[in-house]
Design a protein around this ligand. Sequence first.
Ligand SMILES: Cc1ncc(COP(=O)(O)O)c(C=O)c1O
Length: 365
Amino acid sequence: MRKMAATILPAPRLRVQAMKEYHPPLGNRDALRLDFNENTLACSPKVREVLAKISSGALTRYPEREPVERIVAEHLGTVPQQVVLTNGVDEAIHALFETFLESGDELLLPVPTYTMYEVYASATEVRVVTVQAGDDLKFPFDGLIAAITPRTKIIALANPNSPSGSVATRAQIIEIARRVPQAVILVDEAYFHFHGETVLDLIETIPNLVVARTFSKAYGLAGLRLGLLAGPVELMRWVRRVLSPYSVNSLALACLPPALEDEPYVEWYVGEVVAARAEFESALDAAGVRRWPSSANFVLVEIGSKHAEFVRLMHEGGVLVRDRSSDPGCDGRVRITIGTREQMRGAISVLRTTLATLGIKSEAQ
Ligand SMILES: Cc1ncc(COP(=O)(O)O)c(C=O)c1O
């Protein structure tokens, strides 16, 4: 059929036209991937076994989320109505924003933080209010409290935060939730396992607290796209209305129970990362590279004006790292994911060579 001549094209909403394109660094990625904060090794072998046994008949059926939500709820110590499974935490954030943000509302974010909060918000009619962390990149609690207004509708806190690795304390989260009863406090615990502290238990007593968890990090299932929201039944009920009923596919649902059951695997992987993080931090200190304390599976480092060359040379040495220079207050800073000790020993050697080639000692030292 001949293509119809179109003189007028359908225009997207104005907010969509104003959105920036999000381009994760993809392509030519045959290297040690220390740029996405993924599990750098593998998921549990028990998950692989289940995946291998999935029949083609099972693929003909639409996926059923509820039975797996019951299993997850039991694992988390909640009731099933408090848990919603999602296609990664990204879908959870998107759904939460769609559910609660009205035109003219404010989304309050400490920055720098996870990029997708702003991406999803920018497609809505909401005003994004940011509170810049200081040079220490610690959680800007006082600034956040001061930025609360009657229009504040969601406060999104990645805890631990990315790219800084910093944390908000339990007491700070409780205080924030108490100050803004009209707002949803989203505590995104994507990196929970590497930190070990949670506020999940507080969803019982704090009516405006919602916690997100992902299976993309410690569990090594980023490719399956699995995340969840846990929160008060009243709030989760509204989120369920917005979610697409089949957004979590049947392969992901089949893999979730064995992933949860194989706790020793997750404990082992997290133990590796925590030990490797300590070694890597010592190597950075010895090299005179400024770093920020991290409670997650990555470390933010100060490279300075040669940040782009640093990332390129690390890649040439076989290690992908992530330039965070365009994040607010992060010029010259690079985020490096922590993998296993063996992987990180290799990365340290590439790091040393790269620093020497560029003649870098952190400019802030
Ligand atoms: C704070 C934070 N939340 C959520 C995500 C995304 O999680 P998912 O893969 O489950 O969509 C990331 C990924 O980097 C993250 O850093």
